[in-house]
Design a protein around this ligand. Structure first.
Ligand code: ADP
Ligand code: ZN
Length: 731
């Protein structure tokens, strides 16, 4: 008797359930008599000794020995995961070569949200009168006479009485108990609340986007406009149109946790804030957002990359702001680029995607030029605001004083800004005090015990820290190698050290240092950013945190301490990245019409990146970059995949990587480079080797890598293999 007839004999309904594990396919489960499930239902299933939440997937339940089948325990009272979202999970898994279960895991990140939010206890007037009237009672009854349901505490607060007054009335039957639906996490956005009148190119760009939303269907538009040109205003119109149509909208923003100003602006435009989604949300808030997104009650989410995996019921538009930003790339478990996956999401569901940037990625620009994306350009800043005048300071000719890092020219410019009552920003993309500490006597260098990296001194914290694994140790007085006291020297600057130098030049200025490792976390950072925007600081010293999206009206000088910093790391995108980051950070200056300057401290003033920044000729820079990519067959003219093999011993990692290399199939349009020891050869005690797969543009690089992994040695012992399709990092 075969299995089919067996299951029909017992009349079993078997369904596939995708569980949040590195499983390649859904597992089969029996649907118990009387239970109703459909594709997309979120269910609780037994798995070994555990119980996990999974998603009922599509297709039949597969062929499993009925004796081994286990039953679904529970169907959660939760809207099912929609069909397009299920296809998205499949496609993301196929694209990134990740187990679908691990992609589903990203969707199921808020387990407590699978159950409905509890109803709130409320009170309505019953019509019965109280035994006697007091002033407090009168106020309460007057308020409650609106006939609506009130909460006990809400009513007390509104009437300015104590809870005992309410309870007393309740005890006399003046109120009936009712249940109130849980409050929405954000109010509904009003698409016509506070529209700006758009001018010139803004109007055309907005019209185009609104039409795309109105017509529906998939499209990708690159909204390419300099900082301050009004890109946000423009895509707000597209959002308004989607909201009018009752659809949901996702705006991806890098560092959303820090851009409170964005939420305020959204509020000014729509009369309500969007729901936020990022890793710093309180767990309870996360659950409520997840739930209300699933129910379709939340219309607009502004979130970090993981918001792409929220269970939208009817997503109708995704905007990816600062689409070039490296923060969109996740390099953990499932390696994906949220920008690219957003386009995929739009393609599957058939809605428009907007990619906004002042410095688009080369990939997106090429896609626009070649017609795969549409493009709308905003070429000037809004109103009287002029872009800052960018100049390079040749550090060979204007070197800093001994032991310092600031050229006299930069100090002088800052002095002028501060004297005018304006703000200056010093930008250095390096946290801490000094990136390296060494002993002047024996040359000992402080290295992380589990990574191939130097320990960074953090003087505020009094610690030496590893930026790769988090290892921290107190800074000793004596060299651990030769024992000499007080001969340890910091080498090179981090923001804390620059701050020290600035304070020595500007003892009376109000300075703020901003970097992501500041004590006090996101809350503190938000406050500091507000303080800067309100003019409560004269000088700001910051890492890339300050580069992103903030509007500091009084900032007229941006000084880049080390413009060459990002150029030297052997990354094929080094020039592009440096151009983007420095454009963005200098773009913080001059947002309100005052004359402003960006000064770049560099030892390579003739480098194409510096020239492009100084001349403002982005076009020429992009053409050059595009040309180089084309010659090198690099993305988007070719395809790359990184394979990272790590293990607790170097030999294991290397042997495994070699084994994979040997099992590479033959394909004329694809070649494999390596294995080579990774530039970061050791992270958190794991040795790392890299392979790089390089293919022609149309090559099936995923198919190739999949075959390599299937044929090659299996992960054993401590060996782990990570696949990074379209890698951004080569470390
Ligand atoms: P971007 O997103 O391109 O950096 P923004 O949308 O932030 O540009 O616009 C820069 C500044 O100019 C903001 O303060 C914004 O409110 C203002 N602005 C831009 N366009 C308009 C407009 N049409 N009407 C009123 N204010 C505008
Ligand atoms: Zn480390």
């Amino acid at each position: 008797m075969n299995q089919d007839s067996l299951s029909s004999l017992f009349d079993l309904t078997v369904v596939p359930v995708l569980v949040p594990l590195p499983a390649d396919r859904p597992y089969s489960y029996v649907v118990p008599q009387g239970m109703n499930v459909e594709s997309g239902s979120i269910v609780r299933v037994p798995l070994g000794p555990r119980q996990v939440a999974g998603i009922v997937w599509d297709g039949d339940g597969g062929r499993v020995d009925p004796k081994k089948l286990r039953a679904i325990e529970q169907v959660f009272d939760c809207p099912p995961i929609s069909e397009p979202l299920r296809r998205f999970v499949d496609k993301v898994a196929a694209y990134t070569l990740s187990p679908p279960g691990m992609v589903a895991r990203m969707l199921l990140r808020a387990p407590a949200a699978f159950d409905p939010e509890p109803m709130i206890d409320g009170l309505v007037l019953s019509g019965r009168h109280p035994d006697r009237m007091t002033e407090a009672r009168r106020r309460v009854l007057e308020l409650a006479s609106d006939g609506l349901a009130w909460t006990r505490s809400g009513l007390a607060r509104a009437a300015g009485t104590s809870l005992t007054v309410i309870d007393g009335l309740k005890a006399q039957g003046v109120f009936d108990a009712v249940e109130i639906a849980p409050r929405p996490i954000v109010a509904a956005p009003d698409p016509d609340y506070g529209a700006s009148s758009l001018v010139g190119e803004q109007g055309q760009a907005a019209e185009h986007l609104v039409k795309r939303v109105r017509d529906g269907g998939f499209s990708t538009t690159l909204l390419d406009g300099v900082t301050g040109s009004g890109k946000t205003e423009v895509y707000f119109e597209a959002i308004a149109e989607a909201v009018r149509a009752g659809r949901q909208v996702l705006v991806l923003v890098p560092e959303i946790a820090l851009t409170a100003a964005f939420l305020e602006r959204f509020h000014d435009r729509f009369g309500a804030k969007p729901a936020e989604w990022h890793s710093d949300l309180a767990p309870k808030t996360r659950e409520r957002v997840w739930r209300q997104v699933a129910e379709g009650r939340v219309k607009v989410v502004a979130g970090a990359r993981s918001a792409l995996f929220l269970p939208f019921r009817d997503l109708g538009l995704v905007v990816v702001d600062e689409e070039h930003d490296p923060a969109y790339k996740q390099e953990d478990r499932v390696f994906y680029n949220a920008r690219d996956m957003a386009v995929l999401r739009g393609h599957i569901s058939g809605f428009p995607v907007v990619l906004a940037s002042a410095t688009p990625s080369v990939e997106s620009r090429v896609n626009a030029v070649q017609g795969r994306y549409e493009r709308e350009v905003l070429s000037g800043r809004f109103a009287e605001a002029a872009l800052p005048d960018i100049r390079a300071i040749d550090m060979r000719r204007h070197p800093p004083a001994r032991g310092g890092f600031l050229s006299p020219m930069l100090i002088q410019a800052a002095r002028r800004a501060v004297e005018r009552g304006e703000q200056a920003l010093f930008f250095l993309n390096r946290r801490g005090y000094a990136p390296l500490t060494l002993c002047r006597v024996c040359g000992h260098r402080f290295q992380c015990p589990s990574c191939s990296s130097w320990l960074v001194e953090h003087r505020f914290r009094g610690q030496l820290m590893c930026h790769h694994c988090g290892h921290a140790e107190p800074r000793p007085e004596a060299c651990p190698s030769c024992g000499t006291l007080d001969h340890l020297v910091p080498c090179g600057p981090g923001v804390e050290r620059i701050a020290e130098e600035i304070v020595s030049h500007f003892p009376d200025a109000r300075t703020i240092v901003l970097s992501s490792d500041m004590l006090g976390g996101v809350k503190r950072l938000r406050l500091e950013l507000d303080a800067i925007a309100n003019g409560d600081a004269d000088i700001v010293i910051g890492t890339q945190l300050v580069a992103k999206g903030h509007n500091f009206p009084n900032m007229t000088l941006v000084g880049v301490i080390d413009a060459d910093l990002g150029l030297a790391n052997g990354d094929p995108r080094a020039a592009e990245r440096t151009f983007q980051l420095l454009s963005q950070v200098t773009g913080r200056a001059g947002r309100t019409g005052k004359k402003s300057v960006g000064l770049l401290q560099t030892y390579q003033p003739d480098h194409p990146v510096m020239r492009a920044l100084v001349s403002g000729d982005a076009q020429a820079f992009y053409e050059r970059e595009v040309g180089e990519r084309e010659r090198g067959r690099l993305p988007p003219f070719g395809r790359l995949a990184g394979i990272i093999v790590s293990a607790v011993t170097r030999t294991e990692a290397e042997n495994h990587a070699r084994g994979l290399r040997k099992s590479a199939p033959q394909a004329p349009e694809i070649m494999v480079l390596g294995p080579a020891e990774a530039p970061l050869a050791l992270i958190a005690g794991r040795y790392r080797f890299r392979l790089l797969v390089h293919g022609e543009r149309r090559a099936d690089i995923q198919g190739f890598v999949r075959e390599m992994l299937t044929r090659g040695p299996k992960e054993r012992g401590s060996v782990r293999v990570n696949v990074d399709i379209d890698p951004q990092s080569f470390l």
